[in-house]
Design a protein around this ligand. Structure first.
Ligand code: NAX
Length: 340
């Protein structure tokens, strides 16, 4: 049996805990699915008054699971309480785009959530706090959170693009009829939006370049390029809309799974090759400093590091630039509203 006494409990805060993704997250976290079978966790569930009943009900169910790793559950509507001593923050609760809502309205409404949460993290979280923003628009919400927490190092703020990364792996696995575990070094660049760039330039399948394997399967180089441009990239980038159309509801379990993998790797390290995460740019690949953009990353010793020095051909460069331009516009819009 794993010795859980070796570790002090990790305090994990989930915002939007009364919602769908929150519900899909907490049972896996409490059973050791995020940090492993030897790490006890304490959950802090943060909600707004309209959503608090869902979080309270989930807390009762957590008690009924009698998870040996779960040392406590608190439900709160006060960010200062919700982030008290927080080591890991999963910021899921966000304001969805309502009918007729312009992008500036959406950004402003979310700044009203992520600004105060960043300030509460700054004031109340533990020194080693790590934050992943799931709630959309995730990259710019992470930017606002980081800006509101000036005492916390910028590299502790990330946004989730692991779901996009996993979607890309799933599509390649199906197209190449190969297990996901054989595929390495796929990258999601840019924004978690339809402008994102899922890139297989450096990806391999069972040690061979993905492009070569696709060309063999699809009947030539041109067919492989056409499949990537016309099927793969748009399908990955618009997969969220496809799920809504088929399921009648947005991605939930796959989003929770991706957030768990994002945090697992951040704390415990990536294995072979790289993964994708949106992190604060320091100018890598020409992405303006300070933007929260998706990059190829590895994790070691509790830190995500951008994989540098990869070549980008002109077509890839143009796709990355287009997505980064969207991030830049979002930042400019938030600044214009006086919220940054
Ligand atoms: P739900 O509407 O089921 O749940 C959201 C919950 O957040 C609600 O219970 C609400 O009361 C709560 N909330 C709102 N404002 C809050 C605040 N200030 N503090 C605490 N809680 C607050 O949505 P759900 O399906 O769980 O999705 C949550 C977010 O994830 C959405 O913004 C969604 O767009 C985003 N997604 C992001 C993905 C990603 O890959 N980055 C993929 C999945 C998902 O679309």
């Amino acid at each position: 049996m794993a010795d859980t006494r070796r570790h002090r409990p990790t305090t994990v805060t989930i915002t939007g805990a009364g919602g769908q993704i929150g519900y899909a997250l907490m049972f896996r976290i409490a059973s050791g699915g995020m940090l492993g079978p030897d790490r006890p966790v304490r959950l802090r569930l943060l909600e707004i008054p309209q959503g608090v009943a869902g979080a309270e009900g989930a807390a009762l169910e957590l008690q009924d699971c009698a998870f040996p790793l779960l040392t406590g559950v608190d439900v709160s509507t006060d960010p200062a309480e919700g982030f008290d001593g927080c080591n890991i923050a999963l910021l899921v609760g966000a304001r969805p785009r309502g009918p007729g809502m312009e992008r500036a309205d959406l950004l402003a409404a979310n700044a009203g959530i992520f600004g105060p949460q960043g300030a509460a993290i700054n004031a109340a979280a533990a020194d080693d706090v790590r934050v992943v923003v799931v709630g959309n628009p995730a990259n710019t919400n992470a930017l606002i959170t980081a800006a509101s927490a000036p005492d916390v190092p910028a590299d502790r703020f990330t946004a989730l693009t692991r779901l996009d990364h996993n979607r890309a792996l799933g599509q390649l696995s199906a197209a190449l009829d190969t297990p996901v575990g054989e595929i390495r070094d796929v990258t999601i660049w840019g924004n978690h939006s339809a402008s994102q760039f899922p890139d297989v330039t450096h990806a391999t399948v069972a040690g061979r370049p993905v492009h070569e394997a696709l060309a063999e399967r699809l009947g030539g180089e041109a067919a492989a390029t056409a499949w990537l441009d016309e099927t793969f990239i748009p399908r990955v980038a618009k997969r969220g809309a496809e799920i809504i159309q088929v399921r009648g509801s947005s991605s939930v379990a796959s989003a929770a799974n991706a957030a768990i993998e994002h945090m697992h790797d951040w704390v415990l390290g990536t294995a072979d090759g790289w993964t994708s995460a949106a992190v604060v740019s320091r100018g890598e690949y020409g992405v303006p400093e300070g933007l929260v953009s998706s990059f190829p990353v590895t994790a070691q010793d509790g830190a995500y590091r951008i994989v540098e020095g990869l070549s980008l051909d002109p077509r890839a460069r143009a796709r990355l630039d287009a997505s980064v331009a969207e991030l830049d516009e979002e930042r400019a819009a938030v600044r214009a509203l006086g919220l940054l």
